[in-house]
Design a protein around this ligand. Structure first.
Ligand code: ZN
Length: 294
């Protein structure tokens, strides 16, 4: 395989960067993780790793699935930048430009959740669907949407975590932790919001604790909102909070109740766990690389 062109991938997260090279999106040859520090050191370490992989073959393109917000408009001179993140040092970081210059390869670039949505659409839970949404419920809540085979960008990119759900009747006191909106979905249902409210992660709370019902209700509201607004066929629910035992079943049940026989149809088929597990983001970055390859 020496000399065969390879695809590179970066899943750029707020706490770690996951790097990989592969011959195709579903064939990862090597994988490496680095801690996310400031952009200077993190981007240099990532580029060094790719340069160290040259014995496996030359890189034909690099895909980056990044935490955001990011600029996705190809017509903008800020395309490929992380924009106004509160993460220290990363605002206005030209992440795509850095790797284009260091590695001299074409760059594919999108949000981490659009990357994961693309990966699940092509190789995972969405293999039989024409449209798919990927939602992650973890440190934050985000979502990506693939319609007709392409990720939806719009004016920038969807920010599904920041919708405003109807408050659960047993959750009227908590003010929420979103620094922008307080009690948007992320402010009420992400991992840190659960910890702030009940002093433990959802998986640490006993199954009869009301937190399970409350969080399932909020996530089900997002699922139904997505189906109502986009008519998406498949909704994949990933992220650390979704690994809680029984949560997916509770979300399905609540989505069916809220849908009241109107939508979302068969929740066992339309609301799914990620088929690619924790590899969705990285696989998505390889899909982005494949699309950028010239
Ligand atoms: Zn918010």
């Amino acid at each position: 395989m020496n000399g065969s062109p390879l695809l590179g991938a970066i899943e750029a997260g707020g706490t770690k960067f996951v790097l990989a090279i592969g011959s195709a999106p579903d064939d990862i040859i090597a994988r490496h993780e680095i801690q996310t520090h400031g952009p200077g050191i993190t981007l240099a370490q990532a580029a060094d790793w790719f340069e160290g992989q040259r014995s496996s073959g030359e890189l034909a393109a690099l895909g980056i699935a990044s935490f955001g917000p990011v600029e996705l408009n190809r017509g903008s001179n800020r395309w490929g930048h992380i924009t106004n993140t509160p993460k220290p040092g990363w605002a206005d970081c030209d992440i795509a430009g850095y790797f284009a210059k260091r590695l001299q390869v074409p760059i594919g670039f999108d949000t981490d959740v659009n990357g994961a949505a693309l990966a699940e659409f092509r190789f995972g839970a969405g293999e039989t669907s024409a449209s798919l949404a990927y939602i992650t419920v973890g440190t934050g809540i985000g979502g990506g949407l693939v319609i007709d085979g392409a990720p939806v960008h719009g004016a920038s990119h969807p920010e599904m975590g920041h919708i405003f759900p109807r408050r659960h009747s047993d959750d009227s006191e908590f003010v929420g932790i979103c620094p922008h909106h307080r009690d948007c979905l992320e402010g009420l249902a992400c991992g840190p919001a659960i910890k702030a409210r009940w002093g433990a992660s959802l998986s640490e709370l006993p199954s009869e604790h009301p937190a399970h019902t409350i969080i399932a209700d909020y996530i089900a509201q997002l699922v139904n909102t997505l189906i109502a607004t986009t008519s998406v066929e498949t909704v994949v629910l990933g992220g650390g909070v979704m690994k809680t035992d029984g949560l997916l079943a509770r979300v399905r049940l609540r989505a069916a109740e809220l849908g009241a026989d109107y939508f979302p149809g068969d929740v066992e088929r339309s609301i799914l766990a990620p088929a690619l597990g924790d590899n969705a983001g990285l696989t998505g970055a390889l899909v982005l690389a494949q699309s950028a390859r010239v």
